[in-house]
Design a binder for this molecule. Structure first.
Ligand code: FE
Ligand code: FE
Ligand code: ZN
Length: 278
C-alpha cells in the first residue's frame, strides 16, 4: 500500500488531524508543531495525543511527520535566533516522544552572509546540543532548493552536516521533489542517476520521507514554488516513477501542494491509482 498523506493544519489539535487524514484517504500526514512562523508551543494535551495515537495505530498509519516552523534558523548569525531555534527543537522533540513512530523535519536554515561552511558548523552544533541518546524520534534534514543562502541545497551539504553530528544515528533526510528539482537534480530525465548520487553521497538508508510536490519552475531555478501534482514542470509521469521506484516505494510520501482538503483527497486518490502493487 502506498503510504501517502498531506500537510494538515494542526489548529484543531492532534485527534482532529488524524480524523481529517482518514476522511481524505490518507494513511499518514504532516503538520507544523506550532505556528509556522515560530511562536509559542501549544500546551501539550496528553489526552488529545493519545486519542490520535489510537487512531494511527488502529488504522495502520505510516509514520507521521512533524515539521519545525520554517522561520527557525539554526545557522543564523544572531545568537538570539540560534538559541530560539535550539529551544524550539528541544521542546518539539520532547513532545514527539509521546507519539510512537513520529519523525521531525526541519530546514537546515540560511547562512545569510556567513558562507555555507559556517552555516553547516552552526547547524551541526545545534543538533549536537538537542539530540539525546534515549530519543526515539528520527530527525530529518530537508533537501532545499537553494533559494538565497539556504543550506542543504546539495546532497554534499547535508552529508557534511550529518558527519559532524555525534548522535547521527538519530538523523535522516526528507527529500522534497520540488526542492531538489529547483536545486538542479533532474528527477524527470534521470531519477536513477539522482538516486545513485544520493546513495553515493548520503546513503539511501538515511532517506526516510518524501515531500511529493510538483514545481512551478524549471530544474536548477533555485526558486522553491510548489505546484499541484501534474500541474508543474516535473509532471505526473516523473512523480509516478518516484512513488513506484523500488528504492522509494515503501517510504511515506507527504503532499505539500497548493490545495485545500478536496484537492488533497483527489491527489491522494490519483497517486494511489498509479501505484503498482506487486
Ligand atoms: Fe519544508
Ligand atoms: Fe518540503
Ligand atoms: Zn518548499
Amino acid at each position: 500500500m502506498l503510504n501517502i498523506g498531506c500537510h494538515l493544519s494542526s489548529s484543531k489539535g492532534y485527534e482532529a488531524m488524524a480524523k481529517v487524514a482518514l476522511s481524505i484517504g490518507a494513511n499518514t500526514f504532516q503538520f507544523f508543531t506550532r505556528n509556522p512562523r515560530g511562536g509559542k508551543a501549544k500546551e501539550v494535551n496528553l489526552a488529545d495525543i493519545e486519542a490520535m495515537n489510537k487512531i494511527l495505530q488502529d488504522n495502520n498509519f505510516a509514520p507521521i511527520l512533524a515539521h519545525a516552523p520554517y522561520t527557525v534558523n539554526p545557522c543564523a548569525a544572531d545568537e538570539k535566533l540560534r538559541s530560539f531555534a535550539k529551544e524550539v527543537f528541544s521542546d518539539d522533540l520532547k513532545v514527539l516522544e509521546l507519539i510512537p513512530g513520529a519523525m521531525y523535519n526541519f530546514h537546515p536554515g540560511s547562512h545569510v552572509k556567513q558562507g555555507a561552511e559556517v552555516g553547516i558548523e552552526k547547524i551541526a552544533d545545534i543538533l549536537n546540543q538537542v539530540l539525546f541518546k534515549k530519543q526515539n524520534t528520527i530527525v530529518l534534514l530537508e533537501t532545499m532548493a537553494g533559494k538565497g543562502s539556504e543550506v542543504g541545497r546539495t546532497f554534499e551539504e547535508l552529508e557534511t552536516i550529518i558527519e559532524k553530528v555525534e548522535l547521527n544515528e538519530k538523523l535522516g533526510v526528507c527529500l522534497d521533489t520540488c526542492h531538489i528539482w529547483d536545486g538542479g537534480y533532474n528527477i524527470q530525465d534521470d531519477l536513477d542517476g539522482v538516486l545513485k548520487e544520493f546513495d553515493a553521497c548520503i546513503g539511501l538508508e538515511r532517506l526516510k520521507a518524501i515531500h511529493l510536490n510538483d514545481s512551478l519552475n524549471i530544474c536548477g531555478s533555485h526558486k522553491d514554488r510548489h505546484a499541484c501534482i501534474g500541474k508543474g514542470n516535473i509532471g505526473l509521469d516523473a512523480l509516478t516513477n518516484i512513488i513506484n521506484d523500488p528504492r522509494l516505494k515503501n517510504l511515506p510520501f507527504y503532499l505539500e501542494t497548493p490545495n485545500e482538503l478536496p484537492g488533497y483527497a483527489e491527489e491522494i486518490a490519483l497517486m494511489r491509482s498509479l501505484y503498482k502493487v506487486e
